[in-house]
Design a binder for this molecule. Structure first.
Ligand SMILES: [Zn+2]
Length: 575
């Protein structure tokens, strides 16, 4: 089951671990509140527009600590007397100023990681304010990034600092003051990252140059439009940089950048870099324009496996080849530039829109490169992993821990069941309707071109509405069964003499999913109106249901295999 090392299976596991108190700590370990993300926003957070975050970090590898100065620009959308952001209590806050006026210590409090600041002057709707927060400390360390995230303080083989952050499961508040919710995206984030001069600090967005501080450090300056909150990432190391321009099929030129560690096999880094334009062309043909073409497609080698940091994707797959014909990790993380960063789920309950559609892009890419066999092989491997214990979508706003923990949410099914649902949907409604639905979901329009769209939020009902519009028919039954129910639809066959009856059984009501059968090698299509169909076939005939595996459904042989796995423990990876 080598294909399972997918991202973030254990985000909530951090809650049960006890961290050693950091030397700079204000309040010991990160609180459970800090270590989850997507908790419902406060009324104060719902009453602001987050215009900009200007984030200056000094990163000190020797003490594994940071100093931060964050200036947060908000515009009130309703009368407001307080500003509320999230920031890990492991940091000591040196000072908070509002519009240049330093606050007394009793004008703010941060008991559990939700920092409440009383404004010296109430804001009316439309008023802007700038909140400056200076803080320092040892940020939460990742136990097992990217699944269990935080800071990774690593070293290169030759002993140089090699540092990364990955905070998808815990949120932006692990190292900067933010609204730790998927809808908390600032319109812009500027970054100023100060690091020892022999290290590089590639980050999100456009590079605005670096300055020499004449004290053995340099400051790297970046600016990113509409970054996903957990996409803001620090990456620091003695990097070698590869660059090239990419000529898009949409007419624009996208700068490609890859920061990697020096290696005695530079041809491997070059081969991965050569995959960038091929993957971009697939995504631009399949979904639409690369969403951040005026910034860059950036990738940085990290000490952890990977994460979809907007325009600075983390790559830690060590240039492995696995016979698929492409680097699955890079291809998966790149998917999130469309499914995650351009189109962001409204709450974590809609996470399958990121991970399911994003994971479907790998088998589709396998087909794009090498044909049906390689797509089908990936889909078959995915099928073996489905747990079907919780529906992909609950219909309620959820935080990330609830969604990713197997005991409370769909966990890995977000990826593979999501991908297989997308596959069945594509084969049901056809390529054109499927691709147009996905394009409209991602860009909010069917004709995206560079410059005519901005990042947006989406929900599962948004997607269903688009699919029904493009397919020109009601598909509530499809999503009710596959997305809002845990159990897979079950196609039951009964034979009485030469009468054969196929009947769909679901917990969600009628399921008119058409299915093809082969009767002694002869194909026939059953429309399954009302969820069932009867036909005649000799009692001795061999009947093969769904010969092209178009329809996701419960399968006896997979259930039996999974039961055996549970009984005997996982077997060795298959060849
Ligand atoms: Zn992913």
């Amino acid at each position: 089951m080598r294909l399972i090392p997918l991202l973030l299976t254990g985000a909530i596991a951090t809650l049960t671990l006890v961290a050693a108190p950091p030397a700079f700590a204000q309040g010991g370990a990160s609180t459970p509140f800090t270590l989850t993300t997507g908790t419902e926003r406060t009324p104060e957070q719902l009453a602001v527009r987050f215009d900009k975050a200007d984030l200056a970090f000094t990163v000190r590898p020797v003490t594994e600590s940071i100093e931060g100065v964050a200036t947060l620009d908000f515009t009130a959308t309703a009368p407001l007397t307080r500003i509320v952001v999230e920031l890990d209590t492991v940091f000591a806050i040196a000072a908070i100023a509002v519009d240049g006026q330093t606050l007394a210590a009793d004008q703010w409090s941060n008991p559990d990681g939700r920092l409440t600041i009383t404004l010296p002057r109430a804001l009316a709707a439309g008023d802007a304010t700038a909140i400056r927060i200076a803080y320092a400390g040892q940020p939460h360390k990742a136990r097992n990034a990217p699944w269990d995230g935080g800071f990774v303080w690593s070293t290169t083989p030759d002993g140089k600092p090699w540092i990364a952050t990955a905070v998808q499961g815990e949120g932006c508040d692990l190292f900067w003051p933010c609204i730790d919710h998927s809808q908390g995206e600032p319109a812009r984030v500027d970054l100023h990252i100060t690091v020892p001069s022999d290290l590089s600090a590639p980050s999100n967005g456009r590079f605005l140059g670096k300055t020499d501080n004449d004290d053995g450090t340099h400051t790297w300056n970046w600016s990113a439009a509409h970054p996903d909150t957990y996409a803001i990432a620090l990456n620091i190391g003695p990097y070698v940089e590869l660059t090239a321009p990419y000529q898009s099929r949409f007419g624009n030129t996208v700068p490609l950048h890859f920061w990697h560690l020096s290696t005695d096999k530079p041809e491997r880094a070059a081969a991965l870099f050569a995959e960038f334009p091929k993957m971009l062309d697939f995504y631009e043909a399949t979904v639409g324009p690369f969403p951040f073409g005026d910034e860059k497609m950036g990738v940085v080698e990290t000490p952890h496996l990977g994460m979809e940091h907007q325009t600075i994707n983390a790559y830690g797959n060590a240039y492995k080849l696995d016979g698929k014909g492409y680097d699955w990790l890079l291809q998966h993380e790149l998917a999130h530039e469309w499914f995650g960063n351009q189109m962001t789920n409204a709450t974590w309950d809609d996470m399958w829109l990121h991970e399911g559609l994003g994971s479907y892009m790998q088998p589709l890419y396998a087909r794009w490169l090498n044909g049906d066999r390689y797509m089908e092989a990936e889909l078959a491997t995915m099928r073996l992993t489905l747990q079907n214990r919780f529906p992909l979508v609950s219909g309620r706003a959820q935080d990330s821990g609830t969604v990713y923990t197997d005991a409370t949410g769909p966990g890995l099914d977000l990826y593979y069941k999501g991908a297989l649902v997308a596959h069945s949907l594509r084969l049901l409604i056809g390529d054109e309707a499927f691709h147009r639905s996905v394009t409209r979901l991602v860009y909010g329009r069917a004709d995206p071109r560079p410059g005519n769209f901005r990042p947006l939020y989406a929900t599962t009902p948004d997607f269903i509405r688009l699919v029904e519009d493009e397919a020109g028919r009601d598909l509530k039954w499809f999503f009710d069964a596959y997305v809002y129910q845990a159990a897979l639809p079950d196609l039951q066959m009964t034979r009485a003499g030469d009468r054969v009856t196929l009947q769909w059984v679901t917990a969600s009501g009628p399921f008119p999913m058409p299915v093809e059968v082969e009767v002694d090698g002869r194909s026939r299509k059953l429309d399954m109106r009302n969820g069932q169909s009867t036909f005649s076939a000799p009692a001795s005939a061999h009947i093969l249901i769904d010969p092209h595996n178009k329809v996701l459904r419960r399968l006896d042989f997979v259930d039996a295999w999974q039961a055996r796995q549970r009984e005997e423990g996982p077997t060795a990876p298959r060849h």
